[in-house]
Structure formats: C-alpha cells, structure tokens
Design a protein around this ligand. Structure first.
Ligand code: PLP
Ligand code: TYF
Length: 394
C-alpha cells in the first residue's frame, strides 16, 4: 500500500520550529512558531494552571468517560468567557474538542453536514491550517481581501468589496482578534459593518478565536465578536485555550454554534456529538477541567487574569521595542505600522530570499512569509534583530 506513498508538504510554521531547533548558533532568535515566551525564552505553565491541576489531582474520583460533546460545565465556563451575556444559553450548542484546531475541523464538518456546497471564505492571508483542513475535507473555498502588503495595514476597501459578493448560505471565516499572520485587527466599527453586510446577505460568520487576552484585554478582545453575535442570528465560534491558558499540549478547544432558535440549537447539539463520535468519540478532558476550575474560582481566575495581563504587556513592550529600534536603524517611520497591530504576530514585507538571508547570516528565524512572533524577542535581542531586519530589507 505504501510503496509509492508520498508525504504531504510539511506545515511551513512547524518546519521553522524544527530548523531552529537544529541550528547550533547560541545567539539564534526564534520568531517562528506562535507560542508565548518569557523574557528568558520559556513557555511557562501558568500559575493558576498549576494550582488547578493540583486540585484536579486531589479531588478527581474517576477517569470514566465524560460525554461525547464534553463536559457541560466546561462549555458554560469557556463559552461564558467568550460570549459573556451576548447570547441566550438556549440558543447555544457546544462541543469540546482537542485544541482550537479540533474546533475548526469540527466546525467545517458541521458546515459540510448542513450544506455540502457552502463555500468557506477565508482572509488573504490566513492561518495555513484553515485552507489545509478545507482542502482535506474537499470543501469549496475562496479568499477575501483583508491585508495590504503595500501599506502593512487592513485592506478595508478590498474587504468590504469582497464581502459584498459572498453568496447567501456561504461562510465567512474571521479571526476574533490578533489576526494570524498579520496582527491587523478589525475595529468595532468594522465588526458592525461586517455584521450588517453578512446579515443582509444571509451569510454565516465563523469566528476563530485563539488569542483572547493577547490584544488589549480579555473583554475588549471579544467586543467585536459579541457585537456580531447580537446582529446575526447564527454564528460559529471556535475557541483555543492553547495561548490564553498556556495549555498547548493538553489540547483544549471549544466549538460554539449560536443558532436562531432553541429547537435548532438542540438539533445542532445532536449533530455535534455525532461529529465527535465519528472522529474520536470522547474529547480530552484534563485541560478542559483545568480551565473550568480556573474560571469558576474567584482566586484562581484573578491570578490567571493578572498573569495573562503581564504576558500581554510583555508582547506589547517587545512590539514597541522593535518598532523603536527600527526607527533608529532606518531613520524612517517605515515600520511604524507595527505599533498599531495586536497579539503575537506581524508580517514583515520580506521576500523569501530576505527571510532566508536573515536566517543564514543573522540566525533570526521567522516563517517564510515574513511572519514574526514578537514574543520571541527580549530586551537583549530587539536591537540586534532590528539592525538585521533593516539591513536585510534595505
Ligand atoms: N486558529 C488560529 C488562528 C491559530 O493561530 C491557532 C494556533 O494557535 C489555532 C486556531 C489553534 O491552535 P490549537 O489547536 O493549538 O489550540
Ligand atoms: O500559527 C502558529 O504558529 C500557531 C501554532 O499546524 C500552530 O497557531 C502552528 C501550526 C500548526 C498548529 C499550530
């Protein structure tokens, strides 16, 4: 069977992770894979996670199965963090999944079950797994303009022109905040205009939320999403706890399907359980339980919020340190757009050759499309990185 088997191309982001690991140079800088790092380069277990894990260890009485859709207490806890009071609980169906990627996969499966010919529109550019999963499922996809490489900003005119041509019953996939790979986010006014356009056209929005709390605040980062939910009858939301709780390897994700009526929500809930059943049956529970524990306990929650705020501030500080250093190095405001963007990522206007030169000559690693992870910088490396970028992109 496998004699002539050919492996698919590796994930471009994970390839950088591997190449970085193999580079022996001690002063190498990793701006590749999107994980948070401290100033000394660690991706720590958050304090509240450690405390919640201790509690789970002490109090858990069984490892018996939970339910195909996961624990309803987890749905309520993480769903509540995302949606607040924006949606009546009886209009919601929810599914625990292995990570945000699992939620994205199951959301696409749900769309395919409900409407096999629906086209899913993704932003140009977007996180590569969106297209990879859609292609694997054989689902029609197209892209809408989102980001202008010329200005390094949101291409607002292109975005709204393209949304105006999406057909009824299609799906528009948006990033909740901290757009991956550009860091260029929508304003509240943009969310409102998108809500108006999509509801007029009968288009289903799907919002992928992997960085709540990494942009400007836990509540403010989801204000646009909540506004959208108040304007459009049906919305799919995919949530990752990988970054927000630092639970990467424990694989914690949630799919929320906001439905027009309680009856529709009950039917969709049944389909979601079935979609998990025919994929892997029960979703992992340990990380989901930890999240539930943190969000349901005032002290743990406060400590988690405080630590997340520190992470957000560090990312922002590194963003500004790089922008300041690039100003000094280039004596121009050419890179000032970095300051206006959110979250771990921005995208340098670098060619593949320039990315390669940064790697070869300066041991600075980024994704091939120029995406940099600002959390990979430290106060010690920001200046040197800016100097290398200024010289490679001159
Ligand atoms: N969606 C986006 C846009 C992401 O950047 C990520 C990565 O963090 C995910 C989904 C899913 O991540 P995970 O499967 O690790 O939870
Ligand atoms: O974009 C990133 O770097 C993160 C991590 O297949 C990631 O979202 C990267 C690739 C992948 C899964 C997660």
């Amino acid at each position: 069977m496998f004699e002539h088997h050919r492996a698919p191309a590796p994930d471009p982001i994970l390839r950088v992770m591997q190449e970085f690991a193999e580079d022996p140079r001690p002063d190498k800088v990793d701006l590749g894979v999107g994980v948070y790092r401290t100033a000394d380069g660690r991706t720590p277990v958050m304090r509240a996670v450690k405390a919640a894990e201790r509690r789970v260890l002490e109090t858990q009485q069984t490892k018996g199965y939970v339910a195909l859709a996961g624990d309803p207490a987890f749905h309520a806890a993480l769903g509540g963090l995302v949606l607040g009071q924006a949606v009546a609980p009886d209009r919601l169906a929810a599914l625990a999944t292995p990570g945000g990627t699992g939620a994205v996969r199951q959301a696409f499966e749900l769309i395919r079950t409900a409407k096999p010919d629906a086209t899913v529109w993704t932003s140009a550019p977007t996180w590569p797994n969106h297209g990879a999963i859609l292609d694997t499922l054989g689902m029609p996809r197209r892209s809408y303009r989102y980001y202008s490489p010329d200005t390094s900003e949101l291409d607002r005119d292109g975005l709204f022109q393209d949304l105006a041509s999406v057909g009824a019953g299609d799906v528009v996939l948006l990033h909740g905040c901290c757009h991956n790979p550009t860091g260029a986010d929508l304003s509240l006014a943009d969310w409102q205009a998108i809500g108006r356009t999509l509801s007029q056209r009968g288009v289903l929005p799907m919002v992928d939320l992997a960085y709540q709390g990494f942009a400007t605040g836990i509540e403010t980062d989801v204000a646009g999403l909540r506004l959208l939910c108040s304007m459009v009858p049906e919305v799919l939301v995919t949530v990752s706890a990988s970054k927000t709780f630092g639970l990467y390897r424990d694989r914690v994700g949630l799919l929320l399907a906001i439905c027009g009526t309680p009856g529709a929500a009950r039917a969709v809930q049944g389909s979601l359980a079935w979609i998990n059943r025919q994929s892997y049956a029960f979703p992992p529970d340990h990380g989901a339980r930890v999240v539930t524990e943190i969000l349901s306990d005032a002290d743990l929650r406060a400590d988690w919020e405080a630590e997340l705020m520190g992470m957000r501030y560090r990312i922002r500080a590194m963003r500004h340190a790089l922008a300041d250093a690039l100003r000094r190095e280039t004596n121009t405001d050419r890179f000032d757009w970095l300051r206006a963007q959110n979250g771990l990522f921005s995208r340098l206007p670098a060619t593949a050759d320039q990315v390669e030169a940064l790697r070869r000559e300066h041991a600075i690693y980024m994704v091939g499309d120029g995406r940099i992870n600002l959390a990979g910088l430290t106060p010690d490396t920001a200046d040197r990185t800016a100097r290398a970028i200024a010289s490679a992109l001159s």
